[in-house]
Design a protein around this ligand. Sequence first.
Ligand SMILES: Cc1ncc(COP(=O)(O)O)c(C=O)c1O
Length: 363
Amino acid sequence: MSLIENIIRPEIRALSAYHVPDSAGFVKLDAMENPYTLPSDLRNELAKRLAEVEMNRYPVPSYTALKAAICANLGVPNGFDVVLGNGSDELIAMLSTACAKPGAKVLAPTPSFVMYAMSARLAGMEFVGVPLQADLTLDLPAMLDAIRQHRPAITYLAYPNNPTGNLFGADQVLAIIDAVGDSGVVVVDEAYQPFAQTSFMSRLPEFGNLIVMRTVSKLGLAGIRLGYMSASVALLAEFDKVRPPYNINVLTQVAAEFVLQHTPILDAQAATLREQRENLRLALTAVPGVHVFPSAANFLLLRVQAPTKNGDAIFANLLEHKVLVKNVGKMHILLENCLRVTVSTPQENALFIDALKAALLSS
Ligand SMILES: Cc1ncc(COP(=O)(O)O)c(C=O)c1O
């Protein structure tokens, strides 16, 4: 046996690492980032605050001020607190670590955010994927059957879903919360909440098994890596035990506290992107050979249809035009020939449309 075989768990050896392509020189429309930055006066003010940070000191791991700012500005109900993560990726990992009893399972519709399955497997849990319907809407009867059969410890619902962009019905989410009952938690992952403008956050007091997870990434702060989740005090206390104590660094802490004093700017950027989403959707609907799926997020999923029917060729051609989108065609059978594109500025959206039309003509 080789060293690797001796020491690395077989399920880890079987995994592929999360691949992030090099985007230098590309119009970057693959990762649902907000294309807008803060205005320059605020950036200068932030620079001063950051210059004063004592980087020689560890953070104070209770993060009281940052958590209070999140609760006050981002709609966390009274009496509820948050646990912070280095991005919601870390929160997902913390949930898996805390719930990975022998035989415990994680359930989610598929296709959905890849880290649900990946994190479950890293923690040694079984992942149960329940396929969406052909039109990419939730298959509620199949979800309820799977919940009855598998009694998952964690059920994830991305609300709206990635990579499909659609918002599952609130009544469907409620039916799932009810079906899971005391045997597990339901994580409503609201990463795209600023673009969906609907939320389960205010309903936390109604459901003891509900966790609402969010990130500031899509809001315009992907680089600082900050996610948060809220749930009952008792649940949060358990999840906080598996949180690495200093997981939010001092620069992130100060930057987030600063930006949270200026949420109207982020709200205005999200409103602009919602408008741009509609403009981009209309423009894509007019392109022959492309089907656009409904989206409540800051990205659109599109399918390359007849006569081309070759998402890989279009993706490759877009790369030649220096436009980077996400080719999700191989991610799941339901996503055959599908590409996912971030909604960006009017200029970048127009570049994308032009490159897409050129790609369709040349394939
Ligand atoms: C549904 C969903 N949840 C969570 C994340 C991860 O967010 P973060 O940047 O906070 O790790 C993503 C990222 O694309 C996502 O699509």
